[in-house]
Write a protein that binds this ligand. Structure first.
Ligand SMILES: [Cu+2]
Length: 234
């Protein structure tokens, strides 16, 4: 490398460090023993859906927890950050219907981001989002076996917007709609990464449908910040 390229590289690195956004990372742990999951007996008894399980038992998934309390399906987001959505240019999020259940059951999208709903089942479903925030539209559409995808967008932020199926009353998905890209749903290891957060002070909120909400204050400067949560089983 000659002197000019060394100088250019140094300049690029210097500029990069000034503008660098950081990630907020962490783990959510569940404390305590959650109530036992239940067999979804109406699914098993359904003449179309039941045979898809070939003797296996479909179970509720209210608490998805690892052996050390690693807590999945927790929506972690920056509270009060609004008007920052990049949803219109973001890749579509996908919700599938498989085995007469929605998968995933918990997901998060941005305002204006396309949500594509698939039907991987050889069975008719009926996709019925039931928003509560003013400005988000309810709709109700049949989707044929392995039928064409349906697409949805929501204009307003809303936590745990319910999707149901009017054919199968046990089918639910919960879609949190965010007005910024600063959120993440914890994976099976309880981990989350909120990427490229600009420097500043934030309230980080962890939300679980059953275990409730917790917040923590953080300050992002120029390096990654770790913030862990412990929620309690209810
Ligand atoms: Cu259905």
């Amino acid at each position: 490398m000659n002197k000019t390229s060394v100088w250019l590289l140094a300049a690029v690195l210097a500029v990069g460090s000034v503008t660098r956004a950081a990630d907020i990372i962490g783990v959510v742990t569940l404390k305590g023993t959650p109530p036992p999951e239940k067999e979804i007996t109406p699914l098993e008894d359904d003449p179309n859906c039941g045979p898809l399980y070939k003797g296996k038992k479909p179970m509720t998934q209210f608490y998805v927890v690892g052996p050390k309390g690693e807590f999945a399906d927790v929506v972690v987001s920056l509270k009060g950050v609004t008007g920052k959505s990049t949803g219109a240019s973001a890749a579509p999020a996908v919700l599938d219907q498989k085995g007469c259940l929605y998968t995933p059951t918990i997901l998060a999208i941005q305002t204006g981001q396309k949500l594509t709903v698939k039907n991987s089942d050889p069975i008719l479903h009926n996709v019925h989002p039931v928003p509560t925030a003013t400005g988000n539209e309810e709709s109700n559409q049949a989707q044929m076996p392995n039928g064409a995808d349906l697409n949805f967008t929501f204009a307003r932020p809303e936590m745990f917007l319910k999707f149901k199926c009017d054919v199968h009353p046990w089918m639910f998905a919960w879609v949190s709609v965010m007005d910024s890209p600063y959120f993440c749903v914890t994976d099976k290891d309880g981990r989350f990464v909120i990427k490229n957060v600009p420097p500043g002070k934030y309230t980080v909120e962890a939300d679980h449908r059953k275990a409730g909400t917790q917040t923590q204050e953080v300050e992002v400067k120029d390096s990654d910040v770790t913030v862990n949560f412990t929620l309690e089983a209810k």
